[in-house]
Design a protein. Structure first.
Length: 366
């Protein structure tokens, strides 16, 4: 099994980064094959994926497979700095360049010289910094804040984003020329829910790690527990899986993790971007919902789903039966019958005065 892990760090305890990555699922194996092809080159790589899918792990693997493997690998979260400090952090500053700059300091580009610089959450960079970053990539030199002297650099840049930069470009939040400079090669990390073959191998890795940390004997998963893990949607991806296993071992002491020992979140995360390239299609979202219902073993599921669909369509159509029927491709009689059965539509056994034949005839004659 191909396993990637981050170097041990106290900061990982509170990080949202994935600390392990495997390539057992067919989609992950295809990603690994592509990664191994492009890693030895000097091309810039744009890594796309949701938070917690292991973007930094992939970047480190690219670095380790390249000729720069013995040089520095520097990872920077572009969203972690205020707009006023990000320029100094990236490009460095001279003494007195701003209040508090008591000494000259090299930026991250200089720190990574000869090696690889990983710019995580590149979409969070302010537009003015994007202009300067583009210049650095083109000229291969940096100018520290407060200086006029350029410093040559030799750095391979790997960038990552959890949003589609094409949409950020259209919204005027990201420079198109910088995008093309970064996107020489693109690698897409699909969410954990879309690569179920990785879930159990990752689970076993985290079981081993946390059993050692907690001083426990070896723990195993029951078949029902494995089924529950495979069919959960994992909105927090690999990092959420790690947290679930850690918590489960704290409350499970008999060495066998059962289905009910797993505490999975009911929180729904609304994604700002609904494009299938990063998030799911409508069909995939429905499939995850059905999998959750199957997992919860809800009785009379077919009827409950039909009722929920009809009720939503009826309200979407502002309680108009004809529009509801057209929306669902049903006849009006079938729609009306189901609405009455569900209690959404009252049945008037007595016709109103206005509906009586004599009144209708009088209205027509008038």
């Amino acid at each position: 099994m191909q396993l990637l892990t981050l170097p041990p760090s106290p900061a990982l305890a509170t990080s949202i980064r994935a600390t392990a990555q495997v390539f057992e699922d067919p989609k992950s194996k295809a990603l690994l094959a592509h990664l191994e092809q492009v890693a030895p080159s000097e091309a810039s790589v744009l890594i796309i994926g949701e938070t917690g899918t292991g973007k930094e792990l992939v970047a480190r693997h690219i670095h380790n497979l390249s000729a720069r493997r013995n040089k520095p690998f520097v990872a920077v979260n572009c969203g972690a700095f205020s707009e006023s400090l990000v320029e100094a952090e990236l490009f460095g500053h001279e003494k007195g360049a701003f209040t508090g700059a008591l000494a000259a300091k090299a930026g991250w580009f200089e720190e990574a010289n000869g090696g690889t610089l990983f710019l995580d959450e590149i979409g969070d960079l302010p537009m003015p910094i994007q202009v300067k970053l583009l210049r650095v990539l083109q000229e291969r030199e940096v100018v520290r804040l407060g200086s006029r002297k350029s410093i040559p650099i030799n750095v391979r840049v790997l960038a990552a984003t959890n949003v589609l930069l094409e949409k950020a470009i259209n919204a005027g939040h990201f420079r198109e020329d910088l995008y093309y400079r970064l996107d020489v090669v693109s690698l897409e990390l699909v969410p954990l829910r879309e690569r179920p073959g990785d879930i159990i191998p990752l689970t076993r890795h985290f079981l081993e790690v946390y059993c050692k940390r907690l001083g426990y004997e070896r723990a195993t998963l029951s078949a029902d527990a494995e089924h529950k893990l495979r069919h959960y949607s994992w909105p927090g991806n690999i990092r959420e899986l790690e947290n679930v296993i850690h918590h489960t071992l704290l409350i499970c002491r008999n060495g066998v993790i059962e289905r009910d020992d797993l505490r999975l979140s009911n929180m729904r995360i609304e994604r700002a971007d609904d494009s299938p390239a990063v998030d799911d299609s409508v069909e995939a979202s429905l499939d995850r919902l059905f999998q959750r219902l199957f997992d919860e073993q809800v009785g009379d599921l077919h009827e409950k789903v039909e009722d929920a669909l009809l009720r939503s369509a009826y309200r979407f159509s502002h309680c108009n039966q004809v529009h509801t029927a057209n929306l669902l491709g049903l006849s009006r009689n079938v729609t009306r019958t189901r609405l009455i059965k569900m209690g959404e539509l009252a049945v008037n056994k007595r016709r109103s005065v206005a509906d009586q034949p004599e009144v209708r005839a009088l209205r027509l004659s008038i």
